[in-house]
Design a protein around this ligand. Structure first.
Ligand code: N01
Length: 549
């Protein structure tokens, strides 16, 4: 690999805005910022656009937000003309949609593929960012938008012996483009988060035998996927603008779920169980967690919803020992990302599927022939790591972000990520972050958050230009006030009770800090709108002296 510290092989490119990432966020940023007449370009490490949906091609990969919701809202023509074939979009379908959007809005000419940004330095005197790619190209830009994703740094645990394994191994987030045929193979899947839960039923239907290595049982609800009902589609499309507006008034940025009005504890047990049953039959996670006002804030209330699902698992899985292992007891439902599945629990009734509890007998090493746990050896032809990501901070951690004033992002975030509104970092002027730590992004319909963040960023840049200003940076006080608020909101909920990637628990040594804002999209958007309307309190807006009058 060429040394990125050497002089650039190509002439330096000068931009108004450099965007890191060519996924849903980077693409919308191109569109929106171009609309302001700015010269923009996105840099994408992959050989294709699409980010998450480009990389995560594992069997069964599908969005767990309904397709009519999980789509861009910025163009009514686009949302009217695109036809989603199923209730939930598959990975290939969503990638096809993203490519369609790129073509329809002529975005591709401003995306540079196969380009990984390694260094980003803000030069205070020149008032611009210099980005350096892995192969030494240099890009200068007044503003930098980090749209590198929050679940985009796959993590394979540091198991001893992994390189000695004679079979093939895969990670859910780095899946081979040509696909993998597990027919007739002895397969091990490690991990039972959203990725594992989606792939396990499909791999089980192909493999000779599937061993699922589970450290923590996760709650999963039936997705109830199916073909898009034409009536549902036409009704939704007729109401699209109103539905999008209504979605912005909800915590998850998803419309169509009546706001709960009662505590789970104010309802008789039978009635409550009927409500849970109806949500269970309806499919989807928001509907279930939104059944009562307090499922995510009262442990007692949550226990009723958790126990309902545990009982579903017990009645689905025939072997009661397996059922008990699958029934989560260490965290309240919804405090880890709630999974949606198709036949997940039923899969454990197959003769060719075995659940291995690696909580009581942890994985010790990967051997030449399989997995060794404290309880014994498992012979495998293929291993699938569905072990997750260095979430929320991983992508930015991989870039050496610093300033000529001596600020280093890795140092600034050594004790956990610090942002103001999840959008900017003190000491790093003109660098915007999309759906990073401190943002509600991962707790919402992600594309709604992406659009809201990018719109806010575009409006901020436009505001600067209209006032002959060219620098924006949050104050350290505003940043720490926001971080305290993010933590206070999280502490008023049940979320911190779970060892989840929301707190970095899956990465050994990562500071344990609650990263997403769980106060709701509606509250967050209101706050962002107020900040913009109020002239950006908490930010310092300035005009740099090098600007020619
Ligand atoms: O990753 P995860 P994911 N030994 O971190 C286990 C989004 N997403 O890729 O819980 C043994 O959730 C780990 O165990 P534990 C969604 O936001 C969305 O599944 O740490 N096991 C856990 O079971 C989701 O939340 C969609 O004890 C080990 C699993 O690996 C996020 O991406 C689909 C281990 C990792 O679960 C991440 O989901 C897919 C070890 N050393 C993903 N290390 C949809 O929209 C880790 N594990 C449907």
């Amino acid at each position: 690999m060429p040394d990125a510290s050497h002089s650039p092989a190509r002439p330096t490119r000068q931009l108004d805005v450099a965007i890191v990432g060519g996924g849903l966020a980077g693409l919308y940023a191109i569109h929106r910022l171009r609309g302001l007449g700015l010269k923009v370009r996105a840099y994408e490490a992959g050989s294709g656009i699409g980010g998450t949906w480009f990389w995560n091609r594992y069997p069964g990969a599908r969005c767990d937000v309904e397709s009519l919701e999980y789509s861009y809202s910025f163009s009514n023509e686009l949302q009217q003309e695109w036809k989603w074939p199923e209730r939930y979009g598959t990975q290939p379908e969503i990638l096809r949609y993203i490519n369609h959007v790129a073509d329809r809005f002529d975005l591709r000419r401003d995306v540079q593929l196969n380009t990984r940004i390694k260094v980003a330095t803000f030069d205070s005197k020149a008032n611009e960012w210099t980005l350096r790619t892995e192969d030494g190209e240099e890009i200068r830009a007044r503003y930098c938008v980090m749209a590198a994703g929050n679940l985009s740094t796959p993590r394979v645990p540091d198991f001893k012996g992994i390189q000695s394994f004679k079979g093939k191994w895969y990670h859910s987030g780095l899946w081979p483009h040509e696909g993998v045929d597990f027919t007739g193979l002895r397969v091990g899947v490690i991990g039972t988060g959203s990725s594992g839960v989606q792939m396990i039923p499909i791999i089980a239907s192909q493999a000779k035998h599937l061993h699922v290595f589970q450290r923590t049982a996760n709650f999963s609800l039936p997705a109830r996927n199916g073909p898009m009902e034409p009536e549902r589609e036409s009704r939704h499309k007729a109401e699209y603008p109103a539905r999008r507006a209504a979605a912005a008034e909800t915590p998850f940025a998803i419309a169509g779920h009546p706001k709960p009005t009662q505590s789970a504890l104010d309802v008789p047990t039978d009635e409550r169980n009927r409500a849970y049953e109806s949500k269970w039959q309806e499919g989807g996670s928001i509907s279930y967690l939104y059944a009562y006002t307090d499922l995510l804030v009262s442990k007692e209330s949550n226990d009723t919803a958790s126990e309902f699902v545990r009982n579903k698992i017990r009645s689905t899985v025939k072997d009661q020992k397996t059922a008990e292992l699958l029934a989560p007891k260490d965290h309240p439902i919804g405090t880890k990302r709630l999974c949606l599945d198709t036949n997940y629990y039923e899969t454990y009734n197959r003769d060719n599927v075995t659940l291995v509890d690696v909580r009581s007998a942890p994985i010790q090493e990967i051997t030449e022939t399989g997995v060794r746990t404290a309880a014994g050896d498992y012979e495998l032809d293929a291993i699938v790591f569905a072990t997750g990501f260095d979430a929320m901070t991983g992508a930015l951690r991989e870039i050496d972000v610093r300033t000529t004033e001596g600020a280093v992002l890795a140092d600034h975030w050594a004790g956990g990520p610090l942002t103001y509104l999840g959008l900017m970092v003190s000491g790093f002027p003109n660098m915007f972050v999309v759906t990073g730590p401190g943002s509600p992004g991962v707790k919402t319909q992600m594309i709604a958050s992406i659009e809201q963040h990018v719109d806010w960023i575009a409006d901020a840049i436009d505001h600067l230009h209209r006032h002959q200003l060219d620098r924006i940076a949050p104050s350290a006080d505003a940043e720490s006030e926001w971080v305290n608020h993010v933590n206070a909101v999280a502490d008023s909920t049940l979320y911190p009770l779970a060892n989840s990637w929301y707190v970095g628990a899956n990465i050994p040594g990562k500071p344990r800090v609650f990263m997403p804002y769980v106060g709701g999209f509606d509250r967050y958007k209101k706050r962002c709108d107020e900040v913009a309307a109020g002239g950006y309190p908490g930010f310092t807006l300035s005009r740099h002296e090098s600007v020619v009058a």
